[in-house]
Design a protein around this ligand. Structure first.
Ligand code: ADP
Ligand code: MG
Length: 267
């Protein structure tokens, strides 16, 4: 293992409203890897996702989060996002009056300005992407994700179905090209179609330049996306890590065996 992992979480402890939820969690995600983080409800999966994105209510009491080798603990959520850490929202909000295309162009310009600040961008600060170039990019990504072009002109998430919201989210990921994407797909609100949208999107976008952490309570999304690594979280820690076979074992045995026996972790 030569290069620094894009995302490194080290012995992370997080408290919410004074209560410790994450109790020493460690995890590394590199570009090109798909990781699935699973675990029973209440084990702290969403707490990890929200902490990674920098939501202020989640207090890191000890440990470290490194993105491309640098601590993000002092960075605001939008800074992290501009740096290339993407998070899909579990409950995306509607923005009436702002079209999908306008939203994405604004987000992309912010991201590019962030890349420029890091010296990795392709364009000067203050110059937005030319409209023609953006339209071509948008068309390309919408085709890749099998989206109808008319969606670009609709107000973001306004009256969108669950599946359409997911598709808009994946489109955002395709346009912004994060190095690491975190998808919290835990909750049952997601029907099977929306789940497939996410899975197909991840499969279409994953490659050597993208690392993905899929967070899910249910094993079924893993029928469509093949993770390289599976981690199971119990009570604020990763209790066991393995390959795709671990997800199958969870499907047949559930989570109870983990809470009872002390399984030895085999990364
Ligand atoms: P999971 O996503 O694995 O179901 P969560 O991270 O949502 O688990 O929750 C883990 C624990 O943290 C739960 O006991 C939950 O009640 C608590 N928790 C999470 N977020 C908050 C919050 N914003 N305020 C208070 N408690 C919270
Ligand atoms: Mg959750």
């Amino acid at each position: 293992m030569s290069h620094v992992p894009e995302l490194a979480v080290k012995n992370l402890h997080v408290a919410v409203e004074g209560k410790e939820i994450l109790k020493g969690l460690s995890l590394e995600v590199r570009k090109g890897e798909i990781h699935a983080l699973m675990g029973p409800n209440g084990s702290g999966k969403s707490t990890l996702a929200n902490t990674l994105m920098g939501y202020p209510r989640y207090e890191v009491t000890s440990g470290e989060i490194l993105f491309k080798g640098k601590s993000v603990l002092e960075m605001e959520a939008d800074e992290r996002s501009r740096a290339g850490l993407f998070m899909a929202f579990q409950y995306p909000v509607a923005i009436p009056g702002v079209s999908v295309a306008n939203f994405l162009r604004t987000a992309l310009n912010a991201r590019r300005a962030g890349q420029e600040a890091n010296g990795t961008g392709a364009m000067p600060v203050g110059k937005g992407i030319p409209p023609k170039e953006f339209r071509a990019l948008l068309r390309e990504k919408m085709a890749l994700l099998h989206m109808d072009e008319s969606v670009a002109g609709r107000y973001l998430n306004d009256g969108f179905s669950g599946g359409e919201k997911k598709r808009a989210e994946i489109l955002q990921m395709a346009i912004l090209k994060p190095e690491i994407a975190i998808l919290d797909e835990t909750d049952s609100g997601l029907d099977i179609d929306a789940l497939r949208v996410v899975a197909e999107g991840v499969n279409a976008l994953v490659g050597p330049d993208l690392g993905v952490l899929i967070i899910t309570h249910y094993q079924r999304i893993l029928n469509y996306v093949k993770p390289h690594f599976v981690h199971v979280m119990v009570d604020g820690q990763i209790q066991i890590s393995g390959g795709p076979e671990l997800a199958l074992k969870l499907e047949s045995l559930g989570y109870d065996w983990l809470r009872e026996g002390k399984e030895v972790t085999t990364p």
